[in-house]
Design a protein around this ligand. Structure first.
Ligand SMILES: [Ca+2]
Ligand SMILES: [Ca+2]
Ligand SMILES: [Ca+2]
Ligand SMILES: [Ca+2]
Length: 235
């Protein structure tokens, strides 16, 4: 009788006791491991959310700064303005550079190339022609066709779009006239001259699905209304 023999061993454990102890220990380890895993996962998710947030805000600040100066044309000779205005895409020029070093007295004040000559009557200088569009949106609906997809920016009218923010789900432009009315999109022809403000909405997502949200990427949407401060000054 094995049981009888073991009961006599007062100082040790029975086989049953040992098995129970091992089962309890392995359950505890599984619980600890699961909690550790979920802490790691939650920390990764938090970091991804922070990254998404910073990524999107930085992109919005850049876009805002550039769209605000769409149509800036101090000499009135550069022909700067919004070239194309669609809900998924914007293309504009501004004259914000080139006058400081062109050996011409652009502001006609008797001094050549003084520091406030930041314009020169042409939109072919650095960062003067800008386009924004999603980098993976072949059907032009402003929604990412698939990922990877980012917010793309092209300068100088060619050379390709470079990504200024990764993991962008959607991009939408709404154009408003001087009365604050929403204009029919795309804005075309002479109506382009009536644009005064651009409302931009960008939706970003986390790089990876977030476990605690049913494996869905977490999203963040920002909307900004940008008054193009120099549009409409000359007309
Ligand atoms: Ca210029
Ligand atoms: Ca001058
Ligand atoms: Ca000059
Ligand atoms: Ca699309």
């Amino acid at each position: 009788m094995i049981g009888g023999r073991m009961k006599k061993n007062q100082n040790g454990f029975t086989l049953i006791e040992l098995m129970v102890a091992m089962a309890v220990a392995s359950i505890m380890m599984a619980v600890i491991y699961a909690s550790y895993q979920s802490q790691i996962q939650s920390r990764i998710s938090q970091q991804e959310t922070v990254n998404m947030n910073q990524n999107l805000r930085a992109a919005m600040i850049l876009l805002e700064r550039e769209v605000r100066l769409a149509g800036t044309d101090p000499t009135g000779n550069a022909g700067a303005g919004i070239i194309e205005a669609r809900s998924d895409y914007i293309h504009f020029t501004r004259d914000i550079d080139g006058g400081e070093s062109d050996s011409i007295d652009n502001d006609h004040d008797g001094t050549v190339d003084d520091p406030d000559e930041w314009y020169n009557g042409s939109t072919s200088d650095r960062d003067e022609e800008i386009e924004y569009k999603l980098t993976n949106d072949a059907n032009n609906d402003g929604v990412a066709d698939s990922f990877p997809c980012g917010l793309g920016r092209q300068v100088g009218g060619g050379g390709g779009f470079s990504i200024v923010a990764e993991n962008i789900e959607s991009l939408n432009f709404v154009y408003l006239d001087a009365s604050g009315n929403i204009m029919a999109s795309p804005v075309t022809g002479s109506a382009l001259d009536d644009i005064r403000s651009v409302r931009v909405t960008i939706t970003a997502r986390t790089n990876n699905p977030v476990m605690m949200r049913g494996s869905q990427p977490r999203q963040l949407q920002l909307t900004t209304e940008i008054r193009c401060r120099d549009l409409g000054l000359s007309s």
